[in-house]
Design a protein around this ligand. Structure first.
Ligand SMILES: CC(C)(COP(=O)(O)OP(=O)(O)OC[C@H]1O[C@@H](n2cnc3c(N)ncnc32)[C@H](O)[C@@H]1OP(=O)(O)O)[C@@H](O)C(=O)NCCC(=O)NCCS
Length: 214
């Protein structure tokens, strides 16, 4: 039987998330929750309507607690903030895995992870919570991905890479084996990261990746 879910966030990212949920084949989408104060009930994304906003969801949590929450927010900081607020209200976040993704049976994950179309998560990977593993990204064996991370389309994490909380790895970036990436850092699109990022909130770009001055 289909479980019922609501999607939090109704920006352009929501359309991509709806596609993954539909592909996963296990959730009925009840509607979208706008994260903004004012919202438009006539707004639709891929055929689904906005039904309320985040403040209403939080203040009437008893009414909606039976619904599973799926976050459609690309920005890590915003996604973490909303996730924490809803977890405090005891909402549940399923892991959503596209039917076109491969997740090895030995992968261990928390909750609220979204694994998009074409992604591969190989053996012995650990994933925390609330991560966005975007289209066609590759997470090789023994990687350790903490929480609130976004791995953008076609990024490749080679074996044994550690990605700390809130890191963003841009589209098409490659992180070579066993590299460590410190919290809230950014690996720019197309970068090849060949050494550890040890300072929080650093941005590295280019091939090989170098720190981008603020
Ligand atoms: C790294 C990044 C976050 C920097 O963003 P920013 O701070 O706004 O940078 P700017 O666009 O102001 O560019 C500043 C300089 O850095 C360079 N630069 C920016 N991103 C770069 C990248 N990925 N690789 C190499 N150089 C880059 C720009 O060319 C520019 O150089 P210039 O000053 O010589 O003209 C961003 O460019 C990026 O790569 N984002 C990833 C996007 C992505 O993958 N999205 C997927 C969504 S699903």
């Amino acid at each position: 039987m289909f479980k019922q879910c609501i999607i939090i966030g109704c920006g352009s990212h929501a359309s991509a998330i709806i596609s993954i949920i539909e592909s996963s084949g296990s959730y009925e989408i009840i509607g979208l929750v706008d994260t903004a104060e004012s919202y438009d009930l006539s707004e639709k994304k891929s055929g689904y309507s906005v039904i309320l906003n985040l403040n209403e969801l939080l203040s009437c949590s008893d009414k909606y607690i039976h619904l599973h929450c799926i976050l459609a927010v690309g920005d890590n900081v915003e996604r973490e903030t909303i996730f924490d607020k809803l977890i405090n209200k005891k909402f549940k976040f399923p892991n959503i895995i596209s039917s076109n993704a491969f997740v090895d049976r030995t992968v261990v994950m928390g909750e609220g992870n979204i694994i998009a179309h074409g992604s591969v998560i190989n053996a012995q990977v650990q994933l925390g919570c609330n991560n966005m593993i975007n289209t066609c990204s590759i997470i090789e064996h023994h990687c350790n991905i903490k929480s609130h991370v976004h791995i953008a389309p076609r990024a490749v994490l080679c074996g044994g890479v550690t990605i700390s909380d809130m890191v963003f790895v841009g589209a098409g970036a490659t992180v070579i084996p066993h590299v460590y990436v410190e919290e809230s850092s950014i690996v720019g699109a197309g970068a090849v990261l060949t050494h550890n990022i040890t300072e929080k909130q650093s941005t590295f770009v280019g091939v090989p990746a170098k720190v981008k001055k603020k």
